[in-house]
Design a protein around this ligand. Structure first.
Ligand SMILES: Cc1cc2nc3c(=O)[nH]c(=O)nc-3n(C[C@H](O)[C@H](O)[C@H](O)COP(=O)(O)O)c2cc1C
Length: 222
């Protein structure tokens, strides 16, 4: 089936460009940029509009260092790279009785996790647009994180997000499943000829900038 080459919307270009970054420059991030990312998170949708997200920003190098030593020790050692990010954001959820507990019981869906995921991804994409890079980190010691900041039980710790300027970007995008592997039309596992045609016409890799070490910093300085 013939299909016209699709126009690539600017948001999609940004989404293609985003990578999880695991090597950061030490350069600090101005609070204003951090707050712009959090402002984007604030506007995420949430079940019953409960906005369960809470963000604890760790940008004091001394606090971050002590925190990192605690939460990335032992089996959590693989996440140590995150201690070099100038900012770590601890993402938590304040559970709401109606939307979260009743919703979970009746629907069997943990809505607060959906909400947090969306707010976090708003944050991540805004960061990308500002020339910053991020990495979600689920693998860290939750108990030690709670103890470090004396976080009350009413806040459930969900994840960390490392934020900073990329020192190194992976040369290639990780493999993403094709649309035809994950999208069905009007029935279970039912594909459509348009899907294949769309895939043939869409070449995300060609549109990506190849950034090298410190490029994101240069972009910011310019
Ligand atoms: C909820 C969540 C938790 C993650 N935890 C970690 C982690 O602990 N360590 C890590 O290096 N990457 C972590 N990642 C990043 C994923 O490994 C990454 O998103 C995936 O490999 C796809 O790569 P991409 O983000 O560059 O598309 C996490 C991502 C998500 C969404």
């Amino acid at each position: 089936m013939e299909m016209k080459e699709p126009q690539v919307p600017s948001l999609l270009k940004l989404i293609w460009q985003r990578r999880s970054i695991r090597r950061f420059l030490e350069s600090p991030i101005p609070r204003e940029k951090i707050l712009l990312c959090l402002e984007a998170a604030r506007w995420a949708p949430s079940a019953e509009n409960v906005q369960p997200w809470r963000f604890l920003v760790i940008d004091d190098p001394e606090v971050k260092q002590r925190f990192a030593e605690k939460v990335f020790s032992g089996i959590y050692f693989p996440s140590r790279f995150a201690q070099h990010a100038p900012v770590l954001i601890l993402v938590m959820a304040r559970l709401d009785i109606l939307a979260n507990r009743v919703g979970k019981q009746i629907q069997g869906v943990a809505y607060h996790l959906l909400d947090i995921g969306m707010a976090g991804e708003h944050l991540v994409l805004q960061a990308e647009e500002l020339g910053l890079s991020t990495c979600w980190i689920g693998w860290f010691n939750l108990k030690k994180a709670r103890k470090f900041f004396s976080i009350p039980r009413k806040y459930k710790i969900i994840s960390l997000i490392a934020l900073g300027y990329a020192a190194k970007r992976p040369p290639r995008a990780p493999r993403k499943k094709k649309l035809s592997e994950i999208v069905w039309f009007n029935g279970v596992e039912r594909s459509s000829p348009e899907l294949q045609a769309f895939e043939l016409n869409f070449h995300p890799d060609e549109t990506l900038e190849t950034k090298t070490e410190g490029d994101s910093q240069k972009k910011v300085n310019n």
